[in-house]
Design a protein around this ligand. Structure first.
Ligand SMILES: CC(C)(COP(=O)(O)OP(=O)(O)OC[C@H]1O[C@@H](n2cnc3c(N)ncnc32)[C@H](O)[C@@H]1OP(=O)(O)O)[C@@H](O)C(=O)NCCC(=O)NCCS
Length: 436
């Protein structure tokens, strides 16, 4: 545990989630108070004491570093004086950058108590943390944003989007694609080991996918959920390819009978390829007594194109999902798969200075060559200036370069922006289904 002082009367501590010394089954006081403060910040109910130990175990497995900012001057009637007035947590999982898996620094559980907001506590926590992450060798930082206006100022850009869809499954859900492999109702107890195995394969082949925290396997097995009653309603199915290998799974819950039309909610659908994804939908569409299915989807979803009646598929909402922040642009570029050849000078402008610099990027067939430049500009090579947040949005290919250039954040001639798009645009939108 380390401690430092951020503001007068405020004390910051970094620690790991842990259990009480005298009762290894009970989370320690500091961890319990920190979790309570996070729930307060997100308007979530308090954890059921029976579940607290499992949560702490999962946090330990994730190797999360927790940060708490404490106000020791709390008056007599203040709620839980041991609870921090601000929380912040970090961990790391691999991000599929297109060519390589890049360890990503992940930021989560960011809250500041209303009584302490807008006096720079988040700014202190995040700027200090990003510097430490860069010093520790991370090339990229990542988070999910509760509001879109918070993190741009710290150099983060939305990098992937996630649509929510409704599929009308009354009658038969007919697909044009021929059936492939087999789908079975899964033994929920086996999902705790199977789900991470399937996800690991998905991660290796999906640009934008991010390794998952320990809680995902527990949720897939119905062992863990925000509302304990609901986890008993979890069902799962697994798809096997023609060779008998599990290449996709879906977990879902039937909403209460009073719900009209009768609705099945997909909790998680992970597939190694489009065939497995479509076969899982074929299975979902064959479940009797269901009229509507709701699910998170991917931007370039083959499902509406595979349906005989594509109007059964309706996008109800699209939200940004993964946000990125460059810490080492050269390492990011080396790990990024490019789908076309080209060369370009990239000037990254970063008010925090973490990703500031100029690089020559050359892609010709194999691994990209990235050369740091001082002030020189090689003649005949297109050059663009990109703000750190715009670079983050561009990185996985979630937005075409020309669109982002029109929206601001990228400066250069029309020819240079076209060259940027030629290198960075991707055929399939990146997809991240890991929430944290
Ligand atoms: C978002 C939150 C963490 C901000 O904490 P904070 O300590 O008040 O932030 P700071 O004082 O460091 O603010 C830094 C800047 O961001 C702005 N900002 C911060 N949160 C903002 C918000 N939600 N909307 C608009 N602007 C915001 C501040 O106005 C300030 O701008 P300035 O530098 O121009 O004055 C806090 O409001 C909170 O806990 N919200 C509820 C939980 C939540 O949404 N957490 C984020 C999870 S991803």
């Amino acid at each position: 545990m380390t401690a430092e002082t951020t503001h007068t009367a405020l004390r910051t501590e970094h620690f790991s989630a842990g259990f009480a010394a005298d009762d290894p089954k009970q989370p320690d006081e500091q961890t319990t108070a920190w979790l309570e403060a996070v729930n307060l910040g997100f308007h979530d109910p308090s954890w059921d004491p029976a579940h607290l130990a499992a949560i702490v175990q999962a946090y330990v497995a994730d190797e999360r570093t927790l940060t708490g900012v404490y106000d020791d001057a709390a008056p007599e009637h203040a709620w839980n004086p041991k609870a921090p007035v601000a929380t912040y947590a970090t961990m790391s999982h691999d991000l599929n950058a297109g060519s390589e898996l890049l360890p990503a620094h992940q930021i989560t559980s960011v809250t500041v108590r209303p009584t302490h907001r807008r006096r720079g506590i988040l700014t202190d926590m995040i700027t200090g943390d990003l510097r430490r992450a860069k010093d520790a060798g991370f090339a990229v930082a990542s988070l999910y944003a509760s509001e879109a206006v918070i993190y741009g100022r710290f150099g983060f850009g939305a990098a992937t989007d996630e649509p929510m869809v409704e599929v009308d499954v009354r009658g038969r859900l007919e697909l044009r694609t021929p059936p492939s492999g087999t789908t079975v109702q899964a033994d929920l107890a086996k999902m705790e080991t199977l789900a991470p195995e399937v996800f690991a394969r998905h991660l290796r082949v999906t640009r934008g996918a991010l390794g998952r925290q320990a809680g995902y396997a527990k949720r897939a097995a119905g062992l863990w959920g925000e509302v304990p009653e609901k986890q008993k309603e979890v069902r799962a199915a697994v798809h096997y390819d023609a060779a008998g290998n599990a290449d996709g799974y879906v977990t879902y819950r039937f909403l209460p009978w009073e719900t009209e039309p009768h609705t099945l909610k997909v909790l998680d659908l992970v597939a190694v390829d489009d065939t497995a994804r479509l076969e899982l939908w074929r299975y979902l569409g064959s479940i009797d007594l269901v009229e509507k299915i709701t699910a998170a989807a991917l931007i370039d979803d083959p499902l509406p194109w595979a349906l005989v009646d594509r109007r059964r598929y309706r996008i109800t909402m699209v939200e940004d999902s993964l946000w990125l922040r460059a810490l080492d642009p050269a390492a990011m570029l080396r790990a990024r798969g490019f789908e076309a050849d080209g060369e370009l000078v990239l000037d990254i402008v970063d008010p925090l200075g973490l990703a500031q610099g100029r690089w020559l990027l050359q892609v010709s067939g194999s691994a990209p060559v990235v050369t740091e430049l001082a002030n020189e500009l090689p003649s005949g090579v297109p050059a663009v200036e990109v703000d750190a947040a715009a670079f983050a949005s561009l990185y996985l290919g979630g937005v075409p370069a020309t669109v982002l250039a029109s929206a601001g954040g990228i400066r250069g001639s029309a020819e240079a922006v076209r060259a940027l798009g030629g290198l960075f645009d991707v055929a399939r939108a990146p997809y991240c289904s890991t929430h944290f």
